[in-house]
Design a protein around this ligand. Structure first.
Ligand code: ATP
Ligand code: MG
Length: 242
């Protein structure tokens, strides 16, 4: 039987709020406004997942699907230095792929099954999960088709998380355009893209926002094993930290 492992976020406070970090065999959504640290969290966890368990890692490789072209190997190297691991090795342990459209996003996910079958992988990042759906499916007329295709993608990701003992970490934007929000998610202009299908697929959801000064705040929403609570973190050269 596979044993569930928790991977640290890089912030002790946030880890404590999450009962020790994000769990394998689950899919997790991190959402929030631009520049609140979603991509930085993805980079940080891409390094931590490789670390020994006593350092909050899972001794695993990482798959990284990038839909926005914001992956930076230089950041991985800086974060690796914080944890005292070889920067080149840290990069080599990340199977990186850039998706240009939703079809490619699905194909990349399917293609990763071969990697995951080696049992060396513990983290799958999808940064961000919705952006290509929003550009490939425009307007209300395509909404039901989009949600159907998105549902298939999320079911596959959930299956893979369980079958291959992975943390799936998906980022998502909060739409600031109230018109788009009313169309795709809710009506208050503060809802993440993807609507109910994405919300229900995610095991744990984390809402990020800017706090005072450099401080950022993460709120745990809809977790099966944590109460709704908040933790603060900062973004440093070495990634997410306290
Ligand atoms: P978006 O919705 O636009 O994708 P995001 O939530 O992914 O935004 P990030 O790119 O993760 O946001 O975070 C951007 C923030 O990270 C910026 O405020 C930037 O100052 C900070 N940041 C990036 N690199 C470093 C670094 N080396 N040291 C400190 N802070 C950094
Ligand atoms: Mg980003």
């Amino acid at each position: 039987r596979k044993r569930c492992i928790r991977i640290s976020t890089g912030s002790k406070q946030l880890d404590a709020a999450l009962n020790g970090g994000f769990q394998t065999m689950s899919i997790n959504e991190v959402y929030g406004e631009f520049r609140c640290g979603k991509t930085q969290l993805a980079h940080t966890m891409a390094v931590i997942a490789q670390l020994p368990k006593e350092m909050g890692g899972a001794e695993g490789k990482v798959a990284y699907i990038d839909t926005e072209g914001t992956f930076r190997p230089e950041r991985i190297m800086e974060i690796a230095e914080r944890f005292g691991v070889d920067p080149d090795q840290a990069c080599e342990n990340i199977a990186y792929a850039r998706a240009q459209n939703t079809e490619m996003q699905t194909e990349l996910l399917d293609g990763l099954a071969a990697n995951f079958a080696t049992n060396e992988y513990r983290l799958l990042v999808i940064d961000s999960v919705m952006s290509l759906y929003r550009t490939d499916y425009v307007g209300r007329g395509e909404l039901s088709e989009r949600q159907q295709v998105l549902g298939q993608f999320l079911r596959r990701a959930t299956q893979m998380a369980e079958e291959f003992n992975l943390v799936v970490l998906m980022t998502n934007q909060v739409m600031s355009d109230p018109g788009a929000s009313a169309l795709f998610a809710g009506v208050d202009g503060r809802k993440p893209a993807g609507g109910h299908i994405l919300a229900h697929a995610s095991t744990t959801r984390l809402l990020l926002r800017k706090g005072r000064g450099e401080e950022r705040v993460a709120k745990i929403v809809d977790s099966p094993d944590c109460p709704e609570r908040e933790a603060t973190y900062i973004i440093t050269t070495g990634g997410i930290n306290d």
